[in-house]
Design a protein around this ligand. Structure first.
Ligand SMILES: Cc1cc2nc3c(=O)[nH]c(=O)nc-3n(C[C@H](O)[C@H](O)[C@H](O)COP(=O)(O)OP(=O)(O)OC[C@H]3O[C@@H](n4cnc5c(N)ncnc54)[C@H](O)[C@@H]3O)c2cc1C
Length: 360
């Protein structure tokens, strides 16, 4: 049962299943994205002229959730379709939208986010990358890190300082970078498990005026929306759901007395994940077009990330260490750091509560 989805959203999720079922076994994930793109299923919330179906964000997450559940690398989808494509949809010029959104919606172009830096992780205002005026455009220089799926990407959204700034949030601008530019070098940073992160060195890459996304010097205010999908926690949910499935498989192999002792834990974990999922869908159902409530997103991200961590912790403590469960334990700490650490979510929530208003 999928109570969070209305009939049309449930049909979309089924359509995703049908397209994926029609692919020959062993089809590479990036080719599966192209198959979904050809059916306009990859970005149903994009307007029809850009390869979408002109539907709502809630419809999009219903389709995207199925892609994650079927094992497609949701980080590719979240960064490309949701973050980079979403930023262009919300703040891009008509030319940028017409150029970049159709290949993204078709699953033929993938993108990356170049926001974090070695000395400026979660604090995205502490960046040192600069974009200095050069003719009609700018030359960008800096080092970005923790970028994911960068080796599969053709384009990246990069933050850089365009002036010293009236305060630390002023003077940051966002640019589109062509990752094939020889002035850009990427180095994999291996992880204990899974795909590597990338450190990306940008050494005087020239970008023209058509590459500036949103207003000059005022890119900071666009960043929360850019990563808001990631912050809603959907990527935590799909990872948590696959960890729970792996845990349940192991649980069924335990001797009956151990199963009896652990059954209550399993019921609580399932309920916790279902509650987090309901909250994540609620944030999307209540979105005003592309505008999602910041505080609801913070609640949702916290609930999803912590539910995922609870699953991994339980599996790590109570079950034999299979490769899938080891991966869950290794990856779980990331959930409360990526896309904004939990402290930032708590801060947002605290400021919105009446007591926060009273002490401000
Ligand atoms: C899976 C994953 C994918 C990512 N993908 C990308 C990407 O594609 N592009 C990109 O640019 N970046 C990406 N990041 C980077 C991410 O957004 C953060 O910038 C980065 O993880 C922060 O790492 P750090 O080591 O600098 O930690 P820090 O930010 O230094 O955090 C260290 C610790 O301090 C805590 N902390 C942080 N801020 C506060 C605060 N304000 N108050 C209290 N405590 C705080 C954190 O919770 C954490 O425990 C990704 C990260 C992960 C885990």
């Amino acid at each position: 049962m999928r109570p969070e989805l209305d009939a049309e959203q449930a049909r979309l999720a089924d359509e995703v299943d049908r397209v994926l079922d029609s692919a020959p076994p062993g089809t590479a994930p990036l080719d599966l994205f192209a198959l979904l793109g050809a059916e306009r299923l990859l970005a149903v919330h994009y307007p029809v002229e850009f390869g979408g179906r002109g539907l709502s964000l809630a419809h999009h997450v219903a389709a995207a959730e199925r892609m994650g559940a079927r094992g497609l690398p949701d980080v590719v989808h979240i960064v490309t379709v949701q973050a980079l494509g979403g930023a262009l949809l919300a703040f891009g010029s008509a030319e940028q939208q017409a150029r970049w959104l159709p290949p993204i919606a078709a699953g033929r172009l993938f993108g990356s986010l170049l926001l974090s830096e070695p000395e400026a992780g979660s604090d995205a205002a502490a960046i040192r990358a600069t974009a200095n005026p050069d003719g009609e455009g700018w030359r960008i220089t800096g080092v970005k890190t923790w970028s994911v799926a960068t080796d599969r990407s053709g384009v990246a959204l990069c933050s850089a300082r365009t002036r010293a700034g009236l305060n630390r949030y002023d003077g940051i601008s966002l640019f589109l970078l062509d990752l094939a530019d020889p002035a850009i070098r990427m180095t994999p940073l291996p992880r204990a498990l899974g795909d590597p992160y990338f450190e990306v060195t940008v050494d005087g890459a020239y970008v023209g005026p058509e590459s500036l996304v949103g207003p000059l010097h005022r890119g900071w205010s666009l960043l929360p929306s850019t990563i808001s999908f990631e912050r809603a926690g959907f990527e935590c949910l799909s990872r948590a759901a696959s960890w729970l499935a792996a845990a349940e498989e192991e649980f069924r192999r335990l001797p009956s007395e151990e199963r009896a002792a652990g059954a209550g834990d399993l019921v609580r974990l399932r309920a916790r994940l279902a509650g987090a999922r309901a909250l994540a869908f609620h944030t999307m159902h209540t979105a005003d077009d592309l505008d999602v409530d910041e505080v609801l997103i913070a609640f949702s991200k916290l609930a999803c990330a912590r539910a995922g961590q609870a699953v991994a912790r339980w599996a790590g403590e109570e079950l034999p260490p299979t490769p899938a469960l080891r991966a869950a334990v290794a990856e779980a700490p990331e959930l409360t750091v990526s896309g904004g650490p939990q402290e930032q979510q708590l801060d947002l929530i605290a400021h919105d509560f009446p007591i926060g208003g009273a002490v401000r």
